[in-house]
Write a new protein. Sequence first.
Length: 512
Amino acid sequence: MDPPALVIGMSYASSLRALFQLCLLVAGLDLLGVSAFDNTLYDNTAVYWGQNSYGATHSDDSANWQQPISYYCQDDAIDVIPIAFVNTFFGEGGVPEINLANTCNPTNDSYFSGTELLDCSFLASDIEQCQSKGKIVTISLGGAGGGVGFQNDSQAQQLADTIWNVFLGGSSSTRPFGSAVLDGVDLDIEGGSTTGYAAFVTQLRSHFNGANKDYYVSGAPQCVYPDQYLGDALDNAYFDMVYVQFYNNQCGLQNYDDASDWNFGLWDVWARSISPNPNVKVYIGAPASSTAAGTGYQSTSNLSNIATTMRNSFPSFGGVMLWDASQAYQNDRYDLAIKNALVSAGGTGFNYPACSAPAYASGNSYTGNSKVAYNGYIWEAKYWTNSEPAANSNGDWMPISACSGAASSGTTSISSATSTSSAGGSTTTSASSSGNCAGVAAWSSSTAYTGGSEVQYNGHLWTAQYWTEDDVPGGSAGVWTDDGACTSSDVAGRALPTPPPARRVNSRLFRL
Ligand SMILES: *[C@@H]1O[C@H](CO)[C@@H](O)[C@H](O)[C@H]1NC(C)=O
Ligand SMILES: *[C@@H]1O[C@H](CO)[C@@H](O)[C@H](O)[C@H]1NC(C)=O
Ligand SMILES: *[C@@H]1O[C@H](CO)[C@@H](O)[C@H](O)[C@H]1NC(C)=O
């Protein structure tokens, strides 16, 4: 392709050169019928490669262990390949170390001298082959077994400089992938300390400025919000996308049906109102087979439905991340099935759902599963509440969809006097007016009550604000709301309590 036919001054020569290079790149990809990675789309897939997860769980099937990276780039199913992992930040000789399982290791390959950094430069052409198909290939730092972490920001900045030189656009005599210039960095930090990651990202981005191609920074937090290790960096540095691990956690895909657990909405609120990059994309991170993680694996039809629903509910949705390529290929091309579902749901455009719930009204109380419209979201009450919807893990409400327009008329709110609670599946008999104790059982210290349950005690009607046992109405725990003196007394039809919500477990996937 010819340079653009523009007459411009000399001072524009370098930007013209950059534009020309960009045109060559785009034209080159076009000639091949390939589209370059586009982070604004809703149908991207990111699939980790490097750890041979299939081999780790199928030791007797070595014929189907992880293949070289280009094997996974032969069609359009995968858009992003994070290479897993840089598992040591400051190794021998002050350089990082990588682990690529069966693909490159000290048995078959060698270290750069004076280091324990593997020379896997035989992969350069493989990686470049993936890039020539419009895919991006990034280097992932961390993993569940990683020896990672910083003592302070200056150490983090030092590693950012090293990563730039060793894997990206800089130069070094110890480049594990030789001439291949990777497209960015992924942070999958699951141990060590929380220090320095924002400084790391910011320093890395200072190298990206003025570079002649696009570079990306992604993070792979656990779904538990905020993330234990990356929370600070996510709030203070510019990420392009996050691959949220919706597995091995209570908030994982296995609990998609439960608004107390499934928290994609919290990540959408983070993306659009807390992240320094309001256009950061949020991917559903999922296991690519039942052996790829402890919990969270879903059939292709389940995950396709979930991804499509999230895509239509939250504007920050970017696609699906899978762990990992070796598992996806052995699981009937799970990656391809999910990619097809994302493409069907539409790669561009977002129509805000209507705010099809009554507006939240301060001062009202709500039973579990009530829905309200508030601050551009539809929220679902996890249990009985009279608090204002707010996006945090311990809040009473979960954002279940972004929305726009007027809230619907009517109300799902209840005053403290009328209750038809179905929180947690319990059936609480309602009392029809304040102080009407008809049909309400006497409080018992040995009964567990869910939020919204009503009891009689000391001649008054009381409502539990949340799950409680052995907290006397009017007592110091303050669990019970006093609804006034009983106007009638009848101890039939007592509430059926249900168990408390399951405790959050934050176990993480062991990936090495
Ligand atoms: C490389 O090393 C691994 C681990 O020692 C071994 O399982 C694998 O067969 C080797 N591959 C080649 C091509 O030599
Ligand atoms: C940062 O930590 C490194 C490693 O412990 C140390 O050598 C260095 O002096 C520290 N720098 C600052 C500015 O605290
Ligand atoms: C699919 O989703 C349903 C409903 O949530 C669930 O009961 C089922 O276990 C899921 N199946 C698989 C294989 O993911």
